[in-house]
Design a protein around this ligand. Structure first.
Ligand SMILES: [Zn+2]
Length: 229
C-alpha cells in the first residue's frame, strides 16, 4: 500500500490498483481489484485501519472484472452504497456485457469472457447513479470518459489537485498510453474523452494500472494528449 497523499492510499492488487480515499466524506473505496485478490483487498483495508463496514461509499470506475472483482465479496460483509456512472450500472449488475472491439476471437478477449463466466463478479444492485460533472460527497467531480468502457468515469478533485483517471489512461511501467486495444471497444471515443482533461489542473494523477504521477501530472498528461491529435 502506498500513501500517495495524506488523503489517498493506493492499494496494489497485482497489476491493477484500487484506491482508498480517507479525506472528506471518506473512507471511500474506489474500485475493488480482481476476484482472486479479494483477500488481499480486505487485508489492505485492515492495514489501513478501515473495516468494510466503515466505508462510506464504494465507487466503481468501470465494470471490467479487474475493477469490480472484489465487489460481490464486499456486499457480503457490508451494506456500503455502491456508486458508478449511470451508463455502467447495467454492466456491474451483469445485465449487459461490455462490447469488445470486433476481435472477439482474440485469445485475450475470449479469456476475459471465460473469467467472467467463472467468477460471475456481478452484484444485484447499484445504489448511486452518477452523472457527468456531478460532485460526490468526497469532493470529486465525475467525468464521464467512455471509450474503454461505455460508462467509465474519471474522478477529479480540484481542491486536492488530484485526478483519478481510471483506465482512460494507462500508466503501466510508468509510461502513459491509451488503454489496451483488446479491451477498448471504441478507441476513437477513448481519445475524444481525454479532451476533457486538457483544461484541468492537477498535481497528482493516479491510474487503474501502474504508478501514480505525483508532480506536475497535468503537464505530462496534456503533453501526451497532444501526441494523439
Ligand atoms: Zn483495468
Amino acid at each position: 500500500m502506498e500513501t500517495v497523499r495524506p488523503d489517498l492510499l493506493r492499494i496494489e492488487l497485482g497489476y491493477v490498483n484500487a484506491f482508498l480515499w480517507v479525506g472528506d466524506g471518506g473512507p471511500t473505496l474506489i474500485d475493488t481489484g480482481s476476484p482472486w485478490s479479494f483477500t488481499k483487498l480486505l487485508d489492505e483495508l485492515k492495514a489501513a485501519g478501515v473495516q468494510p463496514a466503515d466505508l462510506q461509499r464504494i465507487i466503481i470506475t468501470h465494470a471490467d472484472i479487474d475493477h469490480i472483482g472484489g465487489l460481490k465479496g464486499l456486499t457480503e460483509v457490508t451494506d456500503t452504497p455502491i456508486a458508478c456512472h449511470t451508463v455502467e450500472a447495467a454492466f456491474i449488475t451483469g445485465q449487459r456485457h461490455k462490447p469488445l472491439p470486433g476481435l472477439t476471437s482474440h485469445v485475450l478477449a475470449g479469456g476475459l469472457r471465460i473469467l467472467q463466466a467463472i467468477y460471475h463478479p456481478y452484484v444485484t444492485n447499484v445504489d448511486e447513479l452518477l452523472l457527468e460533472k456531478e460532485k460526490t460527497p468526497e469532493g470529486f467531480m465525475v467525468l464521464h470518459m467512455p471509450g474503454h468502457a461505455p460508462g467509465q468515469i474519471a474522478l477529479y478533485h480540484k481542491g486536492a489537485g488530484l485526478l483519478l483517471a481510471a483506465d482512460a489512461l494507462d500508466h503501466r511501467h510508468g509510461r502513459l498510453a491509451l488503454p489496451p486495444k483488446w479491451f477498448t471497444p471504441d478507441r476513437e471515443q477513448a481519445v475524444e474523452s481525454l479532451g476533457k482533461l486538457k483544461k484541468l489542473s492537477f498535481q497528482t494523477a493516479c491510474f487503474g494500472h501502474g504508478p501514480c504521477i505525483r508532480e506536475q501530472a497535468d503537464v505530462q498528461i496534456h503533453a501526451f494528449i497532444e501526441t494523439l491529435s
